[in-house]
Design a protein around this ligand. Structure first.
Ligand SMILES: [Zn+2]
Length: 302
């Protein structure tokens, strides 16, 4: 496992597909080979097709099966660079920019790669739960193009719950962006129950859809806020985060459609929630790419 993140070391470690392949084997089977079919640990290796054949059940598997690299025709070292660049860019990286960096001819190829990596980030991040003292607010994100409209209910934008765990009421720990179909109490409750542990303390504004909160296993601190300063005092981190992510999405992607929005938001919270683990960012995301359920091109197109 590497300790620094500089380009030169990364390039040296993953200068060939063979090196990347070996690294992937170690991530997939950190202790020893395990047959995906029967769990047996002994195998024959077929070098020409890079296949592992289980000695017990004869099932043949590749290290990339069921990962985001499954049947890819793009060299692994380009995938590795895509992962590296996506996880280290605080504000994200556009598909077009990545296409230039990676020297890949077809935009669609890069578009699918990026979405698969983003899906791995979002899927991994969705397993976290927040608890304790939490700032919670709602906002609208996404939308294609520039309609010039802002705020609650703007065209093409999707409602999103944003929560930040602030254990000591000073510094934020974890964040969550949850896209919801609408801002009715039932939808909010459903989303909160999945993501926020019972008995947590939720600070919100006095938005009517939040008023159910005390009946549902949480403590609730709503505040009626008439001016910006009061909002900043009561919910400082959640507002900073909403502003930062909106700016980043606007600057990097110009707009995001509702059907892909939750993955984009997952990408941002993934990076935010791991901001103190910088030397491990690549390895952690590579693990997520190997271990989480991936998404296909046809699913992306739906
Ligand atoms: Zn087997």
């Amino acid at each position: 496992m590497y300790k620094s993140i500089d380009f030169f070391r990364f390039q040296e470690m993953f200068s060939s597909d063979h090196k990347c392949w070996n690294y992937l084997v170690k991530r997939r089977w950190p202790v020893e080979f395990q047959c995906p079919h029967c769990g047996h640990n002994r195998y024959y290796f077929h070098p020409q097709r890079a296949l592992f054949e289980c000695k017990a059940c004869r099932y043949q598997s590749s290290v990339t099966a069921n990962t985001i690299f499954h049947k890819t025709r793009t060299p692994l070292k380009k995938w590795f660079w895509a992962i590296y660049l996506m996880v280290h860019q605080k504000n994200g990286i556009s598909t077009l920019q990545l296409q230039k960096y990676l020297g890949i001819k077809t935009y669609k190829t890069v578009w699918v790669m990026v979405h698969k990596i983003r899906q791995a980030m979002a899927a991994r991040d969705s397993t976290y739960q927040l608890c304790g003292l939490i700032e919670l607010d709602e906002s609208y994100f996404g939308g294609k193009g520039h309609t010039g409209k802002r705020g609650r209910g703007s065209e093409n934008k999707s409602p999103v719950l944003v929560a930040v765990e602030v254990p000591d009421n000073k510094r934020p720990k974890f964040a969550w962006f949850g896209q919801v179909p609408n801002l009715e109490s039932e939808q909010i409750e459903k989303a909160l129950k999945k993501k926020i542990k019972d008995l947590s303390i939720l600070k919100t504004d006095a938005y009517k859809s939040f008023l159910f909160i005390p009946q549902k296993g949480y403590y609730h601190y709503p505040k009626v806020m008439s001016d910006n300063q009061k909002i900043a005092d009561h919910l400082p981190w959640v507002h900073i985060l909403i502003g930062n992510v909106k700016n980043a999405i606007r600057a990097t992607f110009h707009g995001v459609s509702a059907k892909h929005l939750s993955r984009y938001l997952g990408e941002y919270s993934y990076r935010f929630n791991r901001r103190f683990f910088e030397p491990q960012l690549f390895d952690r995301l590579l693990n997520a790419c190997v271990l989480t359920q991936t998404i296909t091109f046809s699913e992306l197109r739906q």
